[in-house]
Design a protein around this ligand. Structure first.
Ligand code: MRU
Length: 359
């Protein structure tokens, strides 16, 4: 860790997850902003480990990483019959699904790969199943970038010249395969020539805002300021925020609730109080058309994430903490959800389901 990476040495585009030489390569987000390095995963267990310890994080990114983990499971070479291969895939799916419970993209991606595998298995040909799983995982990665660009195009329409947009956590290229969702909206508006600026929250305890969003905004050249999470009310009260745009880990279409990084609920309550519109930018793969709020499992992470900042312990010995990674924002605090298929008020999300299923 020897200082910040200068933007001049950076690639133009970040690709968070990709397949190369029979390995899954992931940007190691734990090292950012100090070092841009990659992890090579040789097995689905390596991918599961990377998701669990947040080397890769962000709902769409973990979905695609898991899909590529399934391709590693398929290619492991030890399954000589289609039956054995399908059992191996079911095992890999279980392990990958157990890594992080809240973001729906993980389950969506695993189910999509399994559907393709089951269909290919009808051929009775092991090689056909393997290549179908790998092709699907690669397709999902490419689709993710395209979908994010479409979210950006939709979202840019609600951003005006002179807006200052508050964003939380990291919903950028690093949280996806590339381009980003909430940061994708900001990026598209900036690329459209709008004069905008951003306020990014640091996002304790994992500091995705301070480490990752600040890194990405710097790369993009978008003017921004960083605040600590406790400053949100102040900047809103001072009239420094025109809009809030954040991502989501799960959107409950039936009720309109938004599950996102811990702190989103507090931001939404403040935004409502000060009359500031709050938008959620997310792909339709983040929408859960089945669950009710009580069905959602909120991930609780290790207490040490609260006890420590980096490697420095900041709490007295014996202190107990509460460390939920996500919270749930009710629909009355949300102006609209920006998806690749259009912009929907939360109570209209089931219409999206009907339009998707009728296609
Ligand atoms: O715990 P993380 O870093 O995986 O949480 C990420 C978030 O909450 C993001 O806001 C969300 O996944 C949207 S990312 C496009």
């Amino acid at each position: 860790m020897n200082g910040l990476i200068e933007v001049g040495f950076m690639p133009k585009e970040l690709r968070t997850v990709f397949w190369k030489r029979n390995q899954v390569r992931l940007i190691d987000q734990r090292k950012l902003p100090f070092k841009l390095s990659y992890i090579s995963c040789n097995s689905y267990r390596d991918v599961a480990f990377a998701i669990k310890n947040m080397a890769v994080r962000g709902a769409p990114a973990i979905g695609v990483a898991a899909a590529m983990g399934m391709a590693l499971a398929a290619k492991s070479g030890k399954n000589k019959t289609v039956e054995k291969l399908m059992l191996e895939l079911e095992k890999a799916k279980k392990v990958l699904a157990s890594t992080r419970p809240t973001a729906i993209n993980l389950y969506w991606a695993l189910e999509r790969v399994m559907k393709v595998a089951r269909e290919a298995a009808k051929s009775g040909n092991v090689e056909h199943v393997i290549s179908s799983v790998l092709e699907e995982a690669k397709k999902m990665a490419d689709e993710d970038v395209e979908v994010n660009r479409a979210i950006g195009r939709q979202g840019s329409t609600i951003i005006k010249d002179g807006d200052t947009i508050l964003t939380h956590c990291n919903a950028g290229s690093l949280a996806t395969v590339g381009y980003g969702t909430a940061l994708g909206v900001i990026r598209a508006a900036f690329e459209d020539g709008k004069s905008i600026s951003v306020i990014a929250t640091e996002t304790r305890p994992k500091l995705q805002g301070a480490r990752l969003t600040a890194f990405e905004l710097k790369m993009m050249g978008v003017p921004f300021k960083l605040i600590t999470d406790g400053m949100v009310g102040y900047v809103m009260q001072q009239g420094l925020v025109s809009k809030v745009v954040v991502g989501a880990d799960r959107i409950l279409a039936r009720s309109g609730h938004i599950v996102n990084k811990i702190g989103t609920l507090t931001i939404a309550i403040s935004a409502k109080h000060f009359g500031i519109p709050l938008y959620i930018a997310a792909p339709t793969s983040t929408i859960d058309f089945e669950s009710r709020p009580e069905d959602v499992v909120i991930e609780f992470r290790d207490e040490d994430e609260v006890h420590y900042v980096g490697r420095t312990r900041i709490t007295p010995k014996g202190v107990k903490t509460i460390n939920p990674a996500f919270d749930m924002t009710p629909p009355e605090l949300v102006t609209a959800v920006i998806t690749e298929k259009g912009i929907y008020e939360p109570h209209r999300l089931m219409e999206l389901y009907r339009s998707i299923t009728s296609q």
